[in-house]
Design a binder for this molecule. Structure first.
Ligand code: GTP
Ligand code: MG
Length: 425
């Protein structure tokens, strides 16, 4: 993996050299980074970290001839441009109001019983599972689907957002009997913001000099499952409930197919199983259209879903892999923390090597939810995990990030204090 001069990195990312150089310096690296010049060569893990901080995507890949790849986030989300990358399973994030039936729906889809085991019947953690693909003859095969179960309770907004961050498809669950509720609307607002942001990125990317605007198509797609339809009596009630929900969605700019838009609304029941095969088919079709691809060989990269102490394991962080592969012994920066991967376990309740839920796996690949052991300290969910070259690098980057965060907090406190004084006058 050849290092790249600051000048070339800035050029490839269409960024100012000064901005790139400053980031390189701030990441805390070897001496020469402090006195960087346009010719200073930076390692590719540093290039990726710089890209991340400046809103550009830098990917490291295994074949040494394509070491560096950069694309806007939007284009990455659209996927499919580089067919040499293998397809990866779609990540579906299930979101919706509390008690509308998210966990029960997932249980029905993957034939498990998570909902029944939950304290008070309320989801309090981000769950990550894998639904195996179906190959020919109904056997396991194909890509499968990764699903994230989010809590619907108002108190867990941050967790919902972490789930949504790592997602390709948001599956909005709406109870047929209750219709759109507060957290349903919160999800819609979040999508709206996300799409607006993507559109903005897209304009910046394409709208510049000589740039041509293409029709904007967001990378995060939405599907709606109207659940608990077994509680409705007869076709008429069903049509009335669906129509009510579809019109309520339309009032928030989400147009269903029935109303001339392209958002699929699928009626289901987790109790009778009605509509479930149809829902899975549609998710798979949607994923095919998105044509999600990722390199599986290069250094790994993912998002932290959750982190905490677990009895018998110590510090465990749940990670959703997005790129490359992660193996035992890899050195990672995880947000403001770092560590050396001691062990990788399958997601809870997903089959690992030993057939049991959460067993050890040899390597984590794109779209796989895994639990990683070996972090030094508690990382923050929502932040990225990236494989870097050495422990020294990891330690320096983590330290630099902690210091930057410290400075931000300090500035924020200072700002509030000033405001406070003004208010008192
Ligand atoms: P939070 O995770 O707390 O946001 O809730 P949730 O959306 O995961 O809801 P959960 O799956 O825990 O279901 C809430 C209640 O609705 C439970 O009592 C379920 O048995 C019931 N329920 C879920 N799906 C269906 C369904 O399709 N039909 C019927 N009749 N009841 C359902
Ligand atoms: Mg739940």
């Amino acid at each position: 993996h050849e290092p790249i001069p600051v000048r070339e990195l800035a050029q490839k990312l269409s960024l100012k050299m000064k901005d790139v150089g400053e980031r390189v310096l701030r990441l805390g690296g070897p001496e020469e980074y402090y006195n960087w010049t346009p010719e200073t060569k930076v390692d590719l893990d540093v290039a990726e970290l710089v890209g991340l901080e400046l809103g550009r995507t830098v990917k490291r890949m295994a074949p040494p001839e394509n070491l560096l790849e950069y694309r806007s986030r939007v284009r990455e989300g659209r996927g499919g441009r580089r067919v040499e990358w293998p397809l990866r399973p779609p990540v579906v994030c299930v979101m919706g109001h509390v008690d509308h039936g998210k966990t029960t729906l997932l249980d029905a889809l993957r034939q498990s019983e998570v909902a029944a085991a939950e304290a008070g019947g309320i989801t309090q953690r981000l769950g990550a599972f894998h639904i195996p693909g179906v190959g020919e003859g109904g056997e396991e095969g194909g890509l499968g689907i990764t699903v994230l179960d989010t809590p619907g309770h108002a108190a867990f907004k941050a967790m919902r957002m972490h789930g949504a961050l790592a997602t390709d498809i948001v599956l909005l669950v709406v109870s047929a009997t209750d219709g759109l509720q507060e957290q349903t609307l919160e999800v819609l607002r979040m999508l709206e913001e996300q799409w607006a942001e993507e559109e903005e990125d897209f304009r910046m990317q394409r709208g510049g000099e000589g740039g041509k605007m293409e029709v904007f198509s967001p990378s995060l797609s939405l599907m709606v499952a109207v659940t608990k339809v077994d509680k409705l009596h007869g076709e008429e009630e069903m049509q009335a409930a669906l129509s009510k929900i579809e019109h309520a969605l339309a009032a928030h700019g989400i147009m269903s197919e029935a109303l001339g838009g392209d958002v699929q609304v699928v009626p289901v029941s987790a109790v009778t199983g009605a509509g479930l095969p149809d829902l899975l088919d549609r998710v798979r079709l949607q994923a095919e259209m998105l044509e999600l691809r990722a390199d599986r060989e290069g250094p790994g990269e993912g998002v932290i879903l959750d982190a905490g102490m677990e009895r018998g394991f110590g510090m465990v962080m749940s990670v959703l892999m997005r790129w490359g592969s992660l193996v035992q012994g890899d050195v990672v920066v995880a947000g403001e923390q770092w560590g050396r991967v001691k062990k990788i376990l399958g997601a809870r309740n997903s089959p690992g090597k030993d057939g049991e839920g959460g067993g050890a796996v040899d390597r984590a690949l794109p779209s796989m939810p895994v639990r990683v052991l070996g972090l030094r300290d508690l990382p923050t969910p929502g932040q990225e995990v990236i494989v870097v070259k050495s422990e020294e690098r990891a330690e320096a980057v983590a330290k630099a990030r902690r210091e930057a965060a410290e400075r931000r907090r300090y500035q924020e406190t200072a700002a509030t204090e000033v405001l406070g004084e003004e208010e008192q006058e």
